[in-house]
Design a protein around this ligand. Structure first.
Ligand SMILES: Cc1cc2nc3c(=O)[nH]c(=O)nc-3n(C[C@H](O)[C@H](O)[C@H](O)COP(=O)(O)OP(=O)(O)OC[C@H]3O[C@@H](n4cnc5c(N)ncnc54)[C@H](O)[C@@H]3O)c2cc1C
Length: 391
């Protein structure tokens, strides 16, 4: 078969844009396709900010990914002359009762501290008194302990995506936007792929499925059940304290652990000035939805409930300035998938979500590039195989 492209990337969100950027540094012919015009607000990568931290409480195997990503964000910043990553520091804290699993990790705080020690990541373990002095943004019970990482901070997801797509395009990657891929099939010799939208057909040596919450639509039937989508909400509340106290110069990103997964909340400093509010997020993993059935509005009841829960711990006013709904894609063990489709080494799939994928996405772009072109990578991705789930 006469291959038109070396690689086709399906989905140009966090992962797809990172892959397009990485592939653009090779001399390969690459096509990226998205059903919308990324960055957009219908997937998993909107809402102004994402947390990044280096010692990963979800598991030490994620640490090399985030460390490399931090290098790539800085490289992108200097190439595009834009700020993507603000290292305002990161605080993870809670009492010893706040030990509900976080993204599948049963001892999130302990794993975080152990990973920091193992990888030599600068950090401090703080008692409640010290946190009270340093972080007056919170109400404390008196028994909290905390982990502070000065190199953690926030990423600007829409800008990361836009920048990577812009550089990829400048380097020769072709982009087809507003085109929904309806099928990705191996060719008749099983040595290439045929990618179809309703109007076009393209052929390539390999394809990468980076479709976020839509991933199951493009997978063989037997794998669909391993990917569920969960609606999550983000809220921007007016701060109680003077703006300066919640500005990135004085306020880190934070994760306040809970007794249940639903009690956990995370948040950011105020990045939009005095009247922009401070963004917080909560998580839920009991009510799954689909990209078509998700309710994209946040109700007044949800806002009220959130305020009640969070104002116990964070100094905010009962004034929600902005809200948004977003999607987590979650696998049975909350881990990522970075693999080929069994029997079809030319079709790769990447699903790095469960609420913590953005920080790793730049490196995942590099890994997918290496896998697509060389069928191997130096990163250890054994924990992210599809075959860990039994069919
Ligand atoms: C509320 C919320 C908070 C989060 N907080 C954090 C955080 O603080 N830190 C962190 O590291 N991570 C966080 N995450 C997770 C992180 O944002 C995601 O892991 C990451 O953005 C997922 O990127 P993606 O490329 O897989 O999906 P997306 O960015 O959604 O991209 C998928 C793309 O595929 C396209 N597509 C899908 N199907 C097709 C098709 N058939 N044809 C063409 N195009 C298609 C879509 O249009 C979309 O553009 C959070 C997620 C949410 C929802």
């Amino acid at each position: 078969m006469n291959m038109l492209y070396d690689v086709i990337i399906v989905g140009l969100g966090a992962v797809g844009s990172a892959t397009a950027y990485q592939l653009s540094a090779t001399n390969k012919k690459v096509l990226g396709i998205d059903q919308f015009q990324p960055p957009h607000t219908l997937g998993s990568s909107h809402g102004d900010t994402r947390i990044t931290r280096q010692a990963i409480g979800e598991g030490r195997h994620y640490v090399p990914l985030v460390l490399r990503s931090h290098q790539i964000w800085r490289e992108l910043e200097s190439k595009a002359n834009i700020e993507l990553f603000q290292a305002c520091g990161g605080l993870i804290f809670g009492t010893n009762l706040n030990n509900a699993p976080v993204h599948g990790s049963l001892s999130f705080l302990e794993v975080t501290v152990a990973a920091a020690k193992e990888f030599g990541i600068e950090h401090q373990v703080l008692d409640c008194q010290e946190m009270q002095k340093r972080y007056p943004q919170f109400h404390y019970q008196g028994t909290e302990i905390g982990y502070f990482e000065p190199g953690a901070g926030l990423l600007k997801p829409e800008k990361c995506i836009k920048t990577q797509l812009k550089l990829a395009k400048e380097n020769g990657v072709e982009l087809q936007l507003n085109q929904k891929v309806v099928s990705i099939e191996p060719n008749s010799n099983n040595d290439g792929v045929v990618v179809k939208t309703n109007t076009d057909t393209w052929e390539a040596e390999s394809a990468i499925i980076a479709a976020g919450a839509w991933v199951s639509e493009l997978l063989p039937e037997s794998y669909k059940k391993f990917f569920k989508a969960y609606r999550q909400i983000m809220l921007w509340f007016e701060q109680e304290l003077p703006y300066e106290t919640v500005s990135p110069e004085h306020c880190p990103i934070y994760i306040r652990l809970g007794e249940t997964a639903e009690e956990l909340f995370y948040g950011f400093p105020g990045i939009d000035g005095e009247h922009g509010g401070i963004k917080i997020g909560i998580e839920q993993f009991f009510d799954d939805c689909t990209v078509d059935t998700i309710d994209r509005n946040v109700s007044a009841d949800e806002i009220e409930q959130c305020f009640k829960q969070i104002s116990k711990h964070l100094k905010i006013k009962n004034n929600c300035i902005k809200s948004a709904a977003c999607l987590y894609t979650v696998t049975p063990d909350y881990g990522f998938v970075l693999d080929t489709i069994p029997g079809h080494p030319q079709i790769l799939v990447a699903s790095p979500c469960s609420g913590h994928g953005f920080k790793h996405s730049a490196t995942i772009g590099q890994i997918l590039t290496e896998l697509a072109l060389n069928q191997k990578t130096d990163f250890d991705i054994s924990a992210f195989s599809l075959s860990r789930f039994s069919l």
